[in-house]
Structures are given as C-alpha cells and as structure tokens.
Design a protein around this ligand. Structure first.
Ligand SMILES: Cc1ncc(C[n+]2csc(CCOP(=O)(O)OP(=O)(O)O)c2C)c(N)n1
Length: 584
C-alpha cells in the first residue's frame, strides 16, 4: 500500500476545473452513481466485469442507460477481478471490476492479491452499506478497505460524495502510474445516491506520491561503464519491461551490446525467444543455460524484476561472480532480497535508451561460445514415449497458432509446460499468475484478454484441478460467445503437488488424486460449449485445428501421461547450479 492521504483530494480540487468542460460541469449536479459512470467514460473504459447486488444497484441502474460501457457479468466475483486483470495484461489499459458489499467484495480478494503481486493496474469498485450503518454489523457489511489494505496499491472508503470525482481520478492514476497495481474504491450506498456538482478533475497531484521516471544520470553513467567493462554480462528481464512498454528498447540495448537475455515468467515475450540472444526463462523451471549463465556471469543487469525466490534459488549463491545493476521504477524493490551494486530508480524504457546511447557495444565472443555450448548440450526436452505428453500438446498449440496466440495459464505443471514449450516472441501474449500462483486464474483471465483483444486467438492452458476452480465461467463464455479455447492438460492429479510429493516426500501421494470426475466434455456441453476429448498423439493436431475452426468457445480435454514431471528443476532452497533433470 502506498502512502496517499485524503488531504490530497483537496489539492486536486484546487487544480480541478481547468477545462471549459469541467467549468460547465461545476454547475451540474450528478449522483455518486452517475459520477462513477462518468469516471469510467473519462478514463476511457470500454468494458467492466462485474456482478450486481443490493449495495451497487444505483451504479447498475446508471449502467442500464450507458450502452457505450460493456458490462460482462461473470458467474463469480473472483472471476470478474481476474478477467479485469487479464484484460489489463493483454491491453496495457486499466481493468475494471464491480462487486456488491460483503460477500461480493470479499470474493474479489484473491483477484486483487493476484493483481497486486504481479503489479497489474486494476480498479475495483465495491458497494458498501450506507455510511451511517458502517460499523454496525449491518447486512452484507464487510470492512473491505481493511481486508484489502495489504493487497492493494491503495484503497479508499468514500465518505462524502463531494470527494468522489477526485478519488476516482486518483484511483485510475495510481493504478496505472509508477509500478502499477490494483486500487479499490469502496462506495457506500448513500454516497452513490447523493448528489454533488464537484467536477471530474483534469489533473492529479498527490503530494506523497511522485513516481520517478528519469533515472539518476550519474547512476546511469556508472552502469554504462560497468557494462562496457563486463566480459560475461546477462540481462535478467522482468515484468517491468512489459508494463513500461520497453520491449523495443530492450531489444536494441541487448543487440547493441551483444548481451544474452533471460526473462522471468512475467516477462515471457518481452524479448523474442527465437532470437539468438535469448536464454528463455530462468529460475526454478528455467532452462539450464539461463541458470548456468547467471552462475557464471560477471554482471547481471536486472530490469523491472524483483529477485523473487523462484528466480534466485538459494539467495546467497545467486550470481556469485557478478556485480548487479538493478533498474526498477519501485525504490522499495531495490536490494530487497539480493544486494545490488548499482541501483537505478526509474522507467525501464527511458533508462534502456540512455544506456544504449552511452555504451560502446562489445562483441564478447568467448561468452557467446560458452553459452552456445550450454544450449547445445542442455536444450529443453522431454521423453517421448507412446503416451500423450503435455509438452507435445503445447508444442502443437504453438505450431497450429503459428506462435501468435495469447496464451493464458492456470497454475502448476500446466503453467510451466506452457512457459517452456511455446515460443513467445511478443509482449502481452503470455498471461499467468506469477507472484501469487493462483489456481483458477487462467480461464477468467483469458476471458478478459479475449474481450480486450477480440481479433486474437486466446488459449487457456489449464490443469484439471485449476480449471475446476472457475469452471462456472463456462456460462460466461457461452452466453457472450467469447471464443476462448481451453486446453486442459488432464493428468487426474494436482500434478505439481504430486511432483513434489514424488521427488521430496518419498512418493507419499497425499490428497492429490482428483481423477475420475468430472467429464469435462459433458460439462462443456451442458454449458452449451463445444467439448473435444483427446487421448492419443495423432489426435492432437486435428483436435486443435477443429477447435480453431469453431467460432465460439471450446474445451479440449487432453488425457496426458499422468505422472509426467516438469524438468529441469531447481529444488526449493537449492542454488541455481544444482538444477536437476530426471530424464532418461
Ligand atoms: C488457489 C490455489 N490453491 C492451491 C494451490 C497450490 N497448488 C499449486 S499447483 C497445484 C496443483 C495444480 O493442479 P492442476 O491445476 O491440476 O495442474 P497440474 O499441476 O496438474 O498441471 C496446487 C494445488 C494454488 N497454487 N492455488
């Protein structure tokens, strides 16, 4: 949570009213509910995901007369929040969701935490009991600002309708600026119903919140000098590259300096994985060559990444021979888990352009020879037997979509296979819950991504466990004919947990066998969605082609080899060089 206080709203009131339109609006009284819709229009929102209830009826009543804002009703508020998040990740715009007070608002919690951990701009609007009933344990009252305090970038309980325009303006600004994140605005019903002539501000000025975009020139020069000195540098790129829109600048910087690039899960596609400089993903299920390169590097250039434990492995042995440059918009991310030598706080896009201009551009041939050897010796691979392999399914999805689909994932083995065996070449085409690891995220996120980018093919690569966590959204895709293609890698297990139990708990499979039910094809059909079952290798390609030829949504149930594992793997707490393989 960032420290922004309500006094700020007064500053904005002074700054407000600048434009002619606003001055006219000063005279015009609108209800709180009308202001909410006015804010959505002014912030360029075309779609909201939500679920109505008593405490938000005034907002839904205004929506009824506002056809320019499309409302997608999900079947669970958690899905509405994930859909808003998927929409934001796919488009780069702010995703918006609405829920009623009490249980509606608490159902958003997992969605908000997911967006918070991955720095995704979402504005959540929740109904609240009337101000005069707050604290009385009123019907459907929950202290949602208290509950979401630590999982939102900021939140507001609006007590007075006069403050509402400023608060909504701030909410969108905070969500999308600096390090993005979710913002919740809690709207008591009487605030929605009362009126004000306060204008919607043109500008936002928040005294205690001023994200720093430029980067300190001295630090940038120091970094450039270190880069020119380095013989074995590696770029470690995180999700910040995507939120800053810095893919082009990253490409130019890497190629100008001949520096290999490894990305986190959050940054897949930020640098083209078919490029010779790509090392693909690093960390727990990253490539051997990316992890070895980190171990041998003399310089790590971390950009928009946060040294998450799934990346570093044993922190004390992360990049033991390297100096570390860390570029990040969020000063609190610097030296949080790994000590950094040259921090640069600012926007990745701007700083990368400066660094390209300031660096000489070295060849580093010996380093590239070494990396080529690792790539040759340790490619990503899997044992190809007679059984249907999940990696094979993902490779086929890549082939039939020609690498152009937006791939959303659930969590577990499916997520890692989707990350490893599809080749990502564009930003915003891989959408996954990285930080929180939320099962049930992928399907509603795919709905949001498809709404945001209607002309693209959108897949949810799922596990049979995760898909069941938001399976009710089949109603949403069916009703709106949202053409998401769900590919369930069905192993009848909570596969990732089973893998850990197999490898680290002597094969004692405790509560991970979920096989037998449901029949996903029948469930899909019950919702009016096409379902296809696939059991053999040779059926995979025809099934995928059939799914793509169908205009609406499709569920594919791939019955995969049940005990297939994700490799390579750095066991939890081990160093990156202790990566294991387990393949024949
Ligand atoms: C909401 C939630 N609950 C529990 C977990 C812990 N968890 C991580 S992976 C996993 C198994 C996922 O199973 P499935 O969706 O079938 O995918 P698979 O690993 O088999 O591909 C579980 C239970 C989680 N990440 N999220």
């Amino acid at each position: 949570m960032i420290p922004v206080r309500v006094e700020v709203a007064k500053n904005i009131n002074i700054a407000a009213g600048g434009s002619y339109e606003n001055r006219r609006e000063i005279l015009k009284k609108r209800t709180g509910a009308e202001i909410v819709i006015e804010a959505l229009i002014k912030e360029g929102v075309d779609t909201v995901f939500g679920y109505p209830g008593g405490a938000v009826i005034p907002i839904y009543d205004v929506l009824y007369d506002t056809p320019r804002i499309r409302h997608i009703i999900t079947r669970h508020e958690q899905a509405a929040c994930h859909a808003a998040d998927g929409y934001a990740r796919a488009t780069g715009r702010v995703g918006v969701c609405i829920a009623t007070s009490g249980p509606g608002a608490t159902n958003l919690v997992t969605g908000l935490a997911t967006a918070y951990m991955d720095s995704i701009p979402v504005v959540a609007l929740t109904g609240q009991v009337p101000t005069y009933m707050i604290g009385n344990d009123a019907f459907q009252e929950a202290n949602i600002t208290g509950i979401t305090y630590s999982i939102t970038k900021h939140n507001y309980l609006v007590k007075n309708v006069d403050e509402l325009p400023c608060i909504l303006r701030e909410a969108f600004y905070i969500a999308r600026s600096g390090r993005p994140g979710p913002v919740l605005v809690d709207l008591p019903k009487d605030v929605q119903n009362s009126s004000t002539s306060a204008p919607y501000p043109d500008e936002v000025k928040i005294r205690s919140y001023n994200p720093h975009y430029e980067g300190n020139p001295k630090q940038i020069k120091l970094a450039a000098r270190e880069i020119d000195r380095s013989e074995r540098p590696v770029i470690y790129a995180g999700g910040g590259i995507i939120s800053s829109g810095a893919s082009k600048e990253l490409y130019e910087f890497a190629h100008h300096n001949n520096i290999p690039v490894t990305t986190t899960l959050m940054a897949l596609g930020a640098f083209p994985e078919d490029d010779p400089l790509s090392l693909k993903m690093l960390g727990m299920h990253g490539t051997r060559y990316a992890n070895y390169a980190i171990c041998e590097a003399d310089l790590i250039i971390a950009i928009g990444a946060r040294f998450d434990d799934r990346i570093t492995g044993k922190v004390s042995e992360f990049a033991p021979k390297a100096k570390i440059i860390h570029i990040d918009i969020d000063p609190t991310a610097i030296s949080k888990s790994v000590k950094v030598d040259i921090p640069i706080v600012g926007d990745a896009k701007k700083i990368l352009s400066r660094l390209t201009a300031l660096t000489r551009g070295k060849k580093r041939e010996a380093w590239h020879r070494k990396i080529a050897q690792w790539k040759e010796k340790y490619p990503l691979r899997y044992d190809k037997g007679k059984r249907l392999k999940p990696q094979f399914v993902v490779e086929k999805i890549y082939q039939v979509t020609k690498g152009k689909a937006i791939i959303c994932t659930e969590v577990g083995q499916n997520q890692m296979w989707a990350a490893q065996f599809y080749c990502y070449t564009r930003p915003r085409n891989f959408i996954s819950s990285g930080g929180l690891g939320t099962m049930g995220y992928g399907f509603p996120a795919a709905i949001g991504a498809q709404i945001g980018r209607p002309d693209e093919v959108v897949f949810d690569i799922a596990g049979d466990g995760s898909f069941q966590m938001n399976i009710q959204e089949l109603a949403t895709v069916s009703k709106f004919q949202i053409p998401v293609k769900v590919a369930i890698l069905n192993n009848g297990y909570l596969g990732m947990v089973r893998q850990w139990q197999q490898l680290f708990y002597k094969g004692r499979y405790s509560q991970v066998d979920i096989s037998g039910v449901p029949d996903f094809v029948k469930v899909a059909k019950a919702y009016g969605v096409e379902g296809i079952r696939v059991k053999k290798m040779e059926e995979v390609e025809p099934a995928l082609k059939k799914a793509l030829s169908i205009k609406g949504p499709v569920v594919m149930d791939f019955r995969i080899d049940r005990e297939e594992n994700v490799y390579p793997m750095v066991p939890a707490g081990a160093a990156l060089y202790e990566i294991i393989d387990g393949l024949a």
